[in-house]
Write a protein of this length. Structure first.
Length: 250
């Protein structure tokens, strides 16, 4: 259950600068989509009130989590290798490679990036009551990752965020997590978007999210934003295409 909570959490982070996503579609499809009116497109509501403190060094222990960035980096073992599966779904996007397995390797390197301790508390509702939201304190470390597949479809170096959260009631640490955004049209590997269904996209972006310790579970997503119609009748949709998946993300 924790891995699913974290997956959703980091997916929201990767979409936070864009649109509020309303998921839909058939269970058999490897994509989720939703539509928004233009007037609802300005603000993304955050149910957690967060306070960020920059820590001075990798050896500084977070008072909220009881670990340092060094501890978090050590927990990942420097990266991992695992089997991964390419999508064969073409309902919104056709990719190359289309289907099939490969071996994925991820290497995590810390090069003095920013370290953030983030205090996260539920927003106060009406009458001063806290809303029942799962707000978790977390430690974030800016890292560099090498992300590659054995078939050279991906041969990338990305800026990423390595993070760990703590359950508010049990005070147990959740699995370390990696998240990164990337431009799917500026890859070093041979992975290619062959075609996109529907109208010409307003934006096409990529997002990586994965646990950083065994069992490794994650995805590489392509997010397609499209406008249908014009003026007051126009709607904006954002569709998620899972390009590569591993672990229970497959």
């Amino acid at each position: 259950m924790k891995s699913y909570i974290l997956f959703a959490f980091f997916l929201v982070l990767s979409l936070g600068a864009g649109l509020l996503l309303s998921c839909g579609g058939d269970d058999d499809d490897n994509n989720d989509s939703g539509e928004l009116d233009d007037d609802d497109n300005e603000d993304v509501y955050n149910p957690c009130e967060e306070t960020t403190t920059i820590l001075d060094g990798a050896d500084v222990v977070s008072a909220l989590l009881g670990i340092s960035a060094d501890d978090l980096l050590a927990a990942t073992g420097g990266g991992f290798t695992t089997a991964a599966q390419y999508a064969d779904d073409t309902s919104i996007l056709t990719q190359s490679p289309l289907g099939g397995e490969t071996e994925l390797s991820v290497t995590v390197t810390y090069e003095g990036g920013e370290i953030r301790e983030i205090k996260s508390l539920p927003v106060q509702g009406e009458g001063g009551n806290e809303m029942a939201m799962d707000c978790r304190h977390r430690l974030e470390v800016d890292v560099t990752i090498a992300f590659s597949t054995a078939d050279d479809a991906f041969a990338e170096n990305w800026q990423a965020v390595l993070s760990q959260t703590i359950a508010p009631e049990t005070e147990e640490l959740d699995a370390p997590y990696l998240a990164a955004d990337f431009d799917p049209y500026a890859l070093e590997g041979s992975f290619e978007i062959v075609s996109i269904a529907g109208v010409t996209p307003d934006a096409v972006t990529g997002a990586l999210s994965t646990t950083a310790v065994d069992p490794y579970q994650g995805t590489v997503d392509i997010l397609v934003e499209q406008t249908n119609g014009e003026g007051e009748d126009g709607t904006v949709s954002q569709t998620r295409h899972i390009a590569l998946a591993w672990g229970e993300g497959q």
